[in-house]
Design a protein around this ligand. Structure first.
Ligand SMILES: C[S@@+](CC[C@H](N)C(=O)[O-])C[C@H]1O[C@@H](n2cnc3c(N)ncnc32)[C@H](O)[C@@H]1O
Length: 216
């Protein structure tokens, strides 16, 4: 058996008190998401966002693509870590939430690093492939039904030393529940099997709802 400790709220507080402070707009955005009630669960966790920031900084990534903006916590976190000439292209089908996200990006003075596209992610990905675009980091966090499509298309958009990160791949731990009738759980399990069979380097990092980390 592997050795892992349980990370409860107190330990998370301890982790936060021993790492760099969040940007004040990250804090405001977290408070805003908190006010949304149940739907706040759509946001990636603070630790996941910190990890994305670490990847961007330690690999000197300059170009990111994100599927699933929501209110912009993951986008903002990545934009704050990108260099001045770095860019993140974020795609979401929902126009209403994009307006909220944009107001936070503006406040954090990172709007110039962010391209917001309101579109179906599949359509947007096809367009990017057609235009021969390449990215250093691709975060897949939109509708789970399309994860296999998003992943296959992302492989074509990835720079040589780039990474694809996929969220929710442990689905609250339900991926090991054989009695689960949750349709999304089945989709996630199929997706995980698909990645397993794909010839690419991969790790699963059990933070938040689970990150698949893939690179060529
Ligand atoms: C889990 S949330 C993204 C959370 C965000 N990354 C964050 O950390 O705050 C998923 C988002 O995907 C968007 N979405 C759902 N289906 C989509 C589609 N077909 N194309 C593009 N975006 C989609 C939803 O509108 C939602 O905002």
């Amino acid at each position: 058996m592997d050795k892992n400790i349980n990370i409860d709220h107190k330990l998370i507080e301890y982790i936060f008190s021993h790492t760099d402070n969040l940007h004040f707009v990250q804090k405001e955005l977290l408070e805003y998401n908190e006010s949304l009630g149940h739907i706040k669960r759509l946001q990636i966790s603070i630790l996941q966002a910190n990890f994305l920031q670490f990847l961007i900084k330690s690999n000197s990534f300059k170009s990111c693509l994100e599927l699933g903006t929501f209110t912009g916590y993951s986008t903002l976190s990545m934009a704050l870590s990108l260099p001045k000439n770095g860019k993140i292209h974020t795609i979401d089908i929902d126009n209403g939430r994009n307006i909220i996200a944009k107001s936070f990006f503006k406040k954090a003075k990172v709007l110039n690093k962010i391209k917001i596209e309101i579109s179906n992610a599949n359509v947007a990905l096809d367009k990017l492939i057609k235009n021969n675009k390449k990215f250093d980091l691709i975060l897949i966090d939109a509708d789970k039904e399309n994860y296999i499509n998003y992943f296959n298309k992302s492989l074509r958009l990835l720079n040589k030393k780039g990474m694809i990160i996929v969220d929710n791949i442990l689905w609250k731990g339900e991926v090991i529940n054989n009695n689960s009738r949750d349709k999304i759980n089945t989709k996630i399990k199929n997706f995980n099997t698909h990645v397993k069979k794909t010839k690419i380097n991969k790790y699963i990092l059990p933070i938040g709802d689970g990150f698949y980390i893939c690179w060529k």
